[in-house]
Design a binder for this molecule. Structure first.
Ligand code: BGC
Length: 824
């Protein structure tokens, strides 16, 4: 963008800010408080007499979910058709910022078409454990990758005059007890691991809104966490946009407002607005805090209104083609023994697996959209030639044992696989295994699929497994199959993309944006996920993903960055502009990549930086840059990358700032974490400051071993710097507003309440098992304090008090309060 257009944008911003501030000066206290929460689930309130209109926000993140009709309860209704792009865990594997930007543009266009002003996404939470039910919605185990991809997507959406909501800020890395659990994280891990992606996305992408998470961080709800929402987000990172709550994440609204939470979503029917008004009147909340928020929200509304394109239409078919391209560029070829792939139409081929006809291409929960079109892998493969098909297994197998039907399917599959040149086996996590609202319990694929793969492989070794699912799974049969292509949840165009990749019309170029561990017990959070009833301790600190596996020398199934191609690449000629730098200097490096094979293809190159600090524990190396290029057979291209040496820093808790110590830094050019092709060492000179030296107090963090990661209370307590509060104590009377229905489930009234709730949820989940599982876990794990604002006016404070009285054994008093409330 030219300096002139930047100037124009800034001018516009300033004049809009002034206009917002003028409008707010004319607002009543009630109108200002009204702007602090939604009108309903998706709309903000308007102030009509001043021309401040209402704007709409909708999910996101990988497609638009604009509900067709909705009520003020938790039920999901059907949504307008929208193009379903690969979910973040898939798209991250493309390592292609331009692609993320293009998808952002398409998402922005669809929002304009539907009159939506803010798209709720992208999500950049860290993949701490492969079990998090929502990993499919998050990009990577590396915060740099997540931040870069998210920034590109945000810029794309916002280039269309539609805002985004970067979520879920912050440290929301599990679904279990997400509405109450307190993530206990040491300061360094917080900065380097859990906030880094947000920092990059906020600074580069400038999202119009940031969505605060449900959970607590180190004992304070994110929705009222001044350290997060004001000190870091606004003051340190310079964020100028609006902070919106996750849906139902508000605990104490007044505290939240003071901490920097601007909008509560969904609206609480004016319930919390009244509390804000009361607090201003009683002078427990300075009115200037309310004015600050009202200005920000008005500015957001003005910006959205200025950018609205009435009657806008877009070409959905072109977006579908983009979805196919995105899926093609994101799929990762994990294994290709004997060059079994690409296949060719001349081969006698069979397709096995229910997932070839009923593909799993997106996740479940608030991001589940109604696809504009859906490409079926089976149909797309048939376009290439004649193939046989067998269902092989029951897709709907959660919790089910072997059955006669299953046996018959297996027999049929084995029969048709005999004597064939190649078997394309579609496997993966079927519906009900992963969703928002709950975590997976194991890393296993459905057992019926594992059994069938083994059985087929034993009679036909020419088997290629095509895997779908939002996160890594165990692959017990890995050595018995010749090919594995993983598409994660590749969106509505995935079927066509897979067929093209299998048949060699396209060449795989995705690489893993996360490690695939061998076993769950190998993962760093194994002993601390999902934590206890009230807290989850992040004892592994900065050792997340490859940073852990490499430091502990733990063998993995597939390392970060792994991904094969049909062609081969050669790396050469690393040049670095200097040998010595001062902290803060720019380092310019270049190297060549040559396509030494016979296919035109793309390659992702990684730049890792390794440094040994004598005092501070460090991962072996960390990703500092990546780039993707396309090369014709025989072609050689030079890649030039500028690294800011600030980015080599770790978070120094002795000075509460980023810092690099002086010494040697190894610059490594790699095609995956474990394939390093070129390297050079440079010297860095940095001012001397105090560094945290934990060698005596935390020896385990300096010498990770290839065994299950168990870190003692003492060591973690020392690192955390505060006394640890036991997180697994049983809930006891008196129950209070922070307890949940899960906490009272053993009481007579708890049982009765849950029975009624289950019936209501069942009715509202429209027969969808996933919806039911998600909604029930949300309701059972929702703190009582959320029930009033989320209850759409049905539950009042007094009624809740009555309910708590009953749970606390004061039945008559409780019933009396409820009746009195009923009578109004
Ligand atoms: C999810 C958000 C989503 C919101 C609105 C929440 O439950 O955590 O990611 O944007 O609902 O659907």
């Amino acid at each position: 963008m030219s300096d002139k257009s930047y100037g124009e944008i800034n001018q516009k911003k300033d004049s809009r800010r002034m206009e917002a501030s003028d409008l707010v000066k004319q607002m009543t206290l009630e109108e200002k408080a009204g702007l602090c929460s939604g009108e309903d689930r998706w709309y903000l309130k308007s102030v009509e007499r001043l021309g401040v209109c209402s704007i709409m926000m909708c999910d996101g993140p990988h497609g638009l979910r604009k509900e067709i009709s909705y009520q003020d309860n938790l039920a999901f209704s059907d949504s307008v058709p929208a193009v379903c792009f690969p979910t973040a865990s898939a798209l991250a594997c493309s390592f292609d910022r331009d692609l993320a930007y293009e998808i952002g543009i398409a998402l922005g266009e669809e929002c304009q078409k539907e009159g939506v002003s803010v798209l709720l996404g992208p999500g950049v939470n860290q993949k701490r454990s492969p079990l998090c039910g929502r990993n499919f919605e998050y990009f990577s185990e590396d915060p740099y990758v997540s931040g870069e991809m998210a920034a590109a997507m945000i810029s794309g959406v916002q280039s269309q005059g539609v805002g985004t909501s970067l979520k879920h800020f912050a440290v929301n890395n599990q679904e279990k007890r997400r509405m109450t659990v307190s993530a206990i994280v040491d300061e360094r891990a917080l900065r380097e691991t859990y906030l880094k992606a947000f920092e990059i996305a906020v600074k580069k992408g400038k999202p119009w809104t940031v969505m605060c998470a449900y959970n607590q961080l180190n004992g304070t709800y994110c929705s009222e966490n001044t350290y997060l929402l004001t000190d870091i987000l606004r003051e340190e990172w310079g964020y100028e946009g609006v902070v919106v709550s996750d849906w139902g994440a508000v605990n104490d609204r007044v505290l939240g407002l003071a901490a920097g939470l601007d909008i509560e979503m969904p609206g609480s029917n004016g319930y919390n607005d009244k509390k804000i008004i009361e607090a201003v009147r009683k002078k427990t909340l300075p009115e200037e805090y309310l004015d600050r928020t009202a200005c920000k929200v008005t500015e957001l509304i003005l910006k959205a209104s200025d950018n609205k394109k009435e009657g806008f239409t877009c070409d959905m078919d072109t977006h579908h083609q983009l979805a196919i391209r995105a899926a093609t560029e994101s799929a990762v070829l994990l294994k290709n023994e004997d060059d079994i792939l690409p296949g060719n139409p001349e081969q006698k081929a069979v397709v096995i697996g229910a997932l070839a006809k009923e593909p799993r291409y997106q996740g479940a929960g608030s991001s589940k959209i109604h696809p504009y079109q859906l490409d079926m892998p089976w149909e797309a493969l048939k376009e290439y030639g004649t193939m046989e098909y067998a269902q092989g297994y029951l897709a709907n197998s959660v919790g089910k044992k072997d059955s006669t039907k299953e046996e018959a399917l297996k027999k049929e599959a084995i029969r048709i696989c005999k004597g064939k040149d190649i078997v394309y086996f579609f496997a993966g996590l079927t519906e009900g295994y992963e969703s928002e609202g709950f975590d997976r319990e194991t890393m296993d694929l459905p057992e019926n699929q594992n059994r069938l793969i083994e059985a087929v492989a034993s009679i036909n070794p020419n088997i290629v497994v095509i895997l779908s699912g939002g996160a890594p799974t165990r692959l017990p049969w890995v050595s018995k199959v010749k090919g594995i292509l993983v598409s994660y949840l590749g969106g509505e165009g995935n079927g066509k993309a897979i067929a093209d990749l299998l048949m060699g019309k396209a060449v795989p170029c995705g690489k893993l944006a996360e490690t695939w561990p061998l076993e769950l017990s190998d993962t760093p959070a194994y002993h601390n996920f999902p934590g206890g009833r009230t807290t989850v301790e992040y004892r592994e600190s900065v050792y997340v993903g490859y940073r852990y596996y490499e430091a502990a020398q733990k063998p993995v199934l597939y390392p970060f960055g792994h991904g094969l191609s049909y062609t081969t690449f050669h790396y050469s000629n690393l040049e670095i502009n200097q040998d010595e730098y001062h902290y803060g200097d720019k380092l310019i490096l270049s190297f060549d990549i040559t396509n030494t094979g016979s296919w035109e293809a793309k390659e992702v190159a990684f730049v890792f930086v390794a440094h040994k600090n004598k005092k501070v524990f460090m991962p072996v190396k960390e990703l500092r840059a990546f780039n993707k290029i396309s090369l014709k057979p025989g072609e050689k291209k030079q890649i030039e990358i500028t690294l800011d040496t600030h980015e080599f820093a770790y978070y120094n808790t002795a000075i509460h700032d980023w810092y690099c110590d002086s010494g040697e830094y190894k610059i490594m050019i790699c095609s995956s974490l474990t394939d390093c092709h070129l390297q050079k060492t440079v010297n860095l000179i940095s001012p001397k400051v105090k560094q945290p030296d934990y060698r005596e107090k935390l020896p385990s963090y300096y010498s990770l071993k290839n065994e299950e990661l168990v870190l003692s209370d003492n060591e973690f307590e020392h690192l955390y710097g505060q006394e640890l509060i036991p997180g697994d104590l049983l809930p006891t009377r008196p129950y209070n507003l922070d307890h949940t229905l899960m906490d009272v489930r053993h009481t007579l009234f708890g049982k009765l309440f849950i029975f009624i709730i289950k019936k209501m949820v069942k009715k509202n989940s429209f027969g969808s098992k996933e919806n039911y599982a998600m909604m029930i876990s949300m309701v059972l794990e929702m703190p009582f304090h959320s029930m009033v604002p989320s209850g759409g006016g049905i539950i009042t404070d007094q009624m809740l008090e009555g309910i708590l009285d009953i749970f606390n054994g004061h039945r008559i008093k409780g019933i009396f309060k409820i009746i009195r409330h009923k009578r109004g």
